[in-house]
Design a protein around this ligand. Structure first.
Ligand SMILES: [Cu+2]
Length: 121
């Protein structure tokens, strides 16, 4: 009986820690000069996805965009007076990629190469 309770508690603790993980994927750090670096999850598969995702962020105000194929986490450095995190996530969704905030555009997704048609969130 005691063991059952302990197992239940352990399971509960695991569930809570898993939940916390998914919520803290997205982070933003800011510096005094208005620069910010954000990380968040973008759904995708391969090197071609990396190219597509990063190309959507070759816009004024973004100094760096690096999507990790393994972890599916993107790191974006940008100037907050020129572009917002919201706009960045919209740009990614516009080219067909689901991310933490926006669902990828369906039409753009359907035009992705077959290898890039990742399992949607
Ligand atoms: Cu791909």
């Amino acid at each position: 009986m005691k063991i059952k309770v302990i197992v239940m508690l352990l399971l509960f603790a695991v569930l809570i820690s898993c939940n916390n993980k998914t919520e803290t994927i997205s982070t933003t750090t800011e510096t005094a000069d208005g620069q910010a670096t954000s990380t968040f999850k973008v759904w995708g598969n391969c090197e071609m996805c990396k190219e597509n995702i990063e190309s959507s962020l070759k816009v004024d105000g973004i100094s760096k965009a690096d999507w990790n194929v393994e972890t599916k986490i993107i790191t974006v450095s940008y100037n907050k007076s020129k572009i917002t995190l919201d706009q960045i996530q919209k740009n990614i969704a516009f080219v067909g990629y689901d991310n933490e905030k926006y669902k990828g555009d369906d039409n753009a997704y359907s035009k992705l190469a077959e290898c890039c048609q990742y399992d949607r969130k």
